[in-house]
Design a protein around this ligand. Structure first.
Ligand code: ITT
Length: 205
């Protein structure tokens, strides 16, 4: 079975990625399991650029095929904030117990129809060519999940901004879905499944 590194340090993402890819014919190793424990500077200006930066860095260090996910929450009323800065919003080490109520309070008094938001996920793949170059095959796929910012936090599942992301058609937040329900409809689930299809079609997995 093909070994693929997933270049993420986020345990919530990794849990979802492993579940989403469980039927794909690949063995997913975290970058820590591959021996990388450093920080990667995400200085791109788009989700795609940042996903590629992460995947190129780890593919170059390990020489192995690498996937990476750059994702975030875009809130329309806040002109797309926190967007690509979702992990760094209010500071890299600030917990979601502070970030989530902060975003809810920034939308105080804003009616339903103006609370629209989406999760975005760009998944990048870098397959090294064995010559020591960072990689000669690169692919990137983006997917989104539409919802609204809730009036209060709800739910214990998922991670990050899930407790404040309300899905009108389900009548609950992302954090109230089961992991299987979330993965079936999420930005990450859709992007990863599309990437797998591309990699299979190209004969890479
Ligand atoms: P890596 O770069 O190591 O993968 P990270 O947490 O820094 O981990 P990102 O730069 O992609 O990852 O930041 C994405 C942030 O957006 C993440 O920290 C969460 O706060 C949020 N996020 C992304 N996907 C999410 C999801 O499915 N549910 C809730 N929050 C999510």
């Amino acid at each position: 079975m093909k070994k693929i590194i997933f270049a993420t340090g986020n345990q919530g993402k990794l849990r979802e990625i492993r579940a989403i890819l469980k039927d794909a014919d690949v063995e997913v190793l975290s970058m820590k399991e591959a021996g990388f424990d450093g920080d990667i500077e995400e200085n791109g200006t788009t989700f795609e650029e940042n996903a590629l930066i992460k995947a190129r860095t780890i593919a170059a260090v390990t020489g192995l095929p690498t996937l990476a996910d750059d994702s975030g929450l875009e809130i329309d009323y806040l002109n797309g904030e926190p967007g690509i800065y979702s992990a760094r919003y209010l500071g890299e080490d600030t917990p979601h117990s502070v970030k989530n109520p902060n975003l809810i309070s920034r939308l105080a008094g804003v009616p339903d129809e103006q609370r629209t938001a989406r999760f975005v996920c760009a998944v990048a793949a870098v397959f090294p060519d064995g010559t020591g170059n960072p990689g000669n095959i690169e692919k990137c796929v983006r997917a989104t999940m539409e919802g609204r910012i809730a009036y209060e936090e709800a739910g214990e599942n998922g991670f990050g901004y899930d407790p404040i992301f309300y899905l009108p058609e389900y009548g609950c937040t992302n954090a109230q879905l089961t992991p299987e329900q979330k993965n079936a409809i999420s930005h990450r689930g859709k992007a990863l499944r599309a990437m797998c299809e591309e990699l299979k079609a190209a004969g890479l997995i």
